[in-house]
Design a protein around this ligand. Structure first.
Ligand code: PHE
Length: 342
C-alpha cells in the first residue's frame, strides 16, 4: 500500500502539471478524490482491511496526501484565474508592438538641406513674423501703395496696416533694422498669396530669402554665391544664368535660371525643351531699401535673392502637383528620407 501511495502522488503531480483549464482540473479531482471511484478514496476505504497496528500510520499518510492533493488543485485553479493566464496582463514573452515612427516632411527636409549649404558658406538664419506690417512687407522694400503687388487680389489683409507676408523679403528689413553691416543671412519661412489652388499654386508656400550687405559686395559676389549654392544642391555640372528682370527692391534685378537638372541643358519635358529652369529672383539691394533702414547707400552695397522651397522640393523629388505637400497622405509623406543628417 505504501508503494501505491507513492505512485499515486507522482501520477497526481504529472496530471496537475499538464492541466490547462478548469475542466481538466475537475477531471483530475474526480479521478483522484472523487466520492465514488477516486483512486485515493478507494485507498482510504481499504484502510479498514489493514492489520490494526499499521492502520494509524497509513491513515496519517493517506490523509496528508489528500491534503496535498486538495492544496495542489486549489493552487492550480488560482493560477488559471491570474491575469497572466487570462491574457489581459503583461506577457513578457510576446514580441513588442513597433511604434509608428514619424518622419520629417519633404519640405522640411529640403529647407534643412538649403540651410545647411548656406550655413557652410557663413550665413546665419533669421526669422520674421508671418503677419507683417505693410511697411515691412511693401513700403520699406520700395513697393509704393499703388504697386500691383499691393493689390487686394495678391495679398491677405489681417487688419489695418497688417498683411500676411507675401514674401520673405520683409525679413531683410527687420534684420537690417536690428543689426549693422556687414551682414550675411538667410530667412526661410511661410508666405501667403491669394492664388487659386492648382498643381503649381497653393495660397501658402515656402520661400528662402538671402541677403549679404557689406562695404564692397558686388554682382559678381551674388553670381558666385548662387553658382556655388546650386552646384552644391544639384551637382557640379549645373550652370547658372541671369536674365534682367524687375523687382522694386533690387537694382539691377534678375531672374535666375539653372540648367535643367534632368537633361542638363539639352532640353526635355521638365524644362519645356529650353534646357533652363526659372528658379529664383535676385539682384543688388536698391538704395531706397538701404535708406528705409537707415543704412548709407554710398557706404554699403549688398545683394538679395529669394527662392521657393516648394518648387525646389518639386524639382528634386520629381513631384508634379504641389498640393500633395499639403494633403498629409502618409503614403506620400513616408517616401522621403533625409540625405544629409543633421
Ligand atoms: N521677394 C521676391 C519674390 O517674392 C523674390 C526676390 C527676393 C527677388 C530678393 C529679388 C531679391 O518673388
Amino acid at each position: 500500500m505504501e508503494q501505491e501511495l507513492k505512485d499515486l502522488r507522482v501520477e497526481f503531480s504529472n496530471a496537475l502539471a499538464s492541466a490547462r483549464d478548469e475542466a481538466a482540473l475537475e477531471a483530475i479531482r474526480i479521478r483522484f478524490l472523487g466520492q465514488k471511484s477516486g483512486c485515493l478514496t478507494h485507498l482510504m476505504r481499504g484502510l479498514g482491511r489493514l492489520p490494526a497496528d499499521q492502520r494509524p500510520r497509513m491513515g496519517q499518510t493517506v490523509n496528508s496526501l489528500k491534503k496535498e492533493m486538495d492544496a495542489g488543485l486549489a493552487a492550480a485553479l488560482a493560477a488559471l484565474a491570474s491575469p497572466e493566464r487570462r491574457g489581459d496582463g503583461l506577457d513578457p514573452t510576446l514580441p513588442g508592438c513597433a511604434p509608428n515612427l514619424g518622419q520629417l516632411h519633404p519640405i522640411t527636409l529640403v529647407r534643412r538641406e538649403l540651410e545647411e549649404i548656406f550655413i557652410s558658406l557663413g550665413y546665419s538664419i533669421e526669422e520674421g513674423p508671418e503677419v507683417e506690417t505693410e511697411f515691412h512687407n511693401f513700403e520699406a522694400l520700395n513697393i509704393p501703395p499703388d504697386h500691383p503687388a499691393r493689390d487686394d487680389h495678391d495679398s491677405f489683409y489681417a487688419g489695418p496696416g497688417r498683411v500676411l507676408r507675401t514674401h520673405t523679403s520683409p525679413v531683410q528689413i527687420r534684420t537690417m533694422q536690428r543689426c549693422q553691416p556687414p551682414l550675411k543671412f538667410i530667412a526661410p519661412g511661410m508666405v501667403f498669396r491669394r492664388d487659386a489652388i492648382d498643381p503649381n499654386h497653393t495660397p501658402a508656400f515656402f520661400q528662402l530669402e538671402g541677403m549679404a550687405v557689406g562695404e564692397r559686395v558686388s554682382l559678381a559676389d551674388l553670381k558666385g554665391t548662387l553658382t556655388v549654392f546650386w552646384r552644391r544642391l544639384f551637382g557640379d555640372r549645373i550652370q547658372v544664368r541671369f536674365r534682367p528682370s524687375y523687382f522694386p527692391f533690387v537694382e539691377p534685378g534678375a531672374e535666375v535660371d539653372i540648367s535643367c537638372i534632368l537633361c542638363l541643358g539639352k532640353g526635355c519635358r521638365a524644362c519645356g525643351g529650353s534646357g533652363w529652369i526659372e528658379i529664383m529672383g535676385a539682384g543688388m539691394v536698391h538704395p531706397a531699401v538701404f535708406r528705409a533702414v537707415g543704412y548709407d547707400p554710398d557706404r554699403v552695397s549688398g545683394f538679395a535673392f529669394g527662392m521657393g522651397i516648394d518648387r525646389i522640393a518639386k524639382l528634386k523629388y520629381g513631384i508634379e502637383d504641389l498640393r500633395l505637400f499639403w494633403e498629409n497622405d502618409l503614403r506620400f509623406l513616408g517616401q522621403f528620407r533625409n540625405e544629409s543628417p543633421r
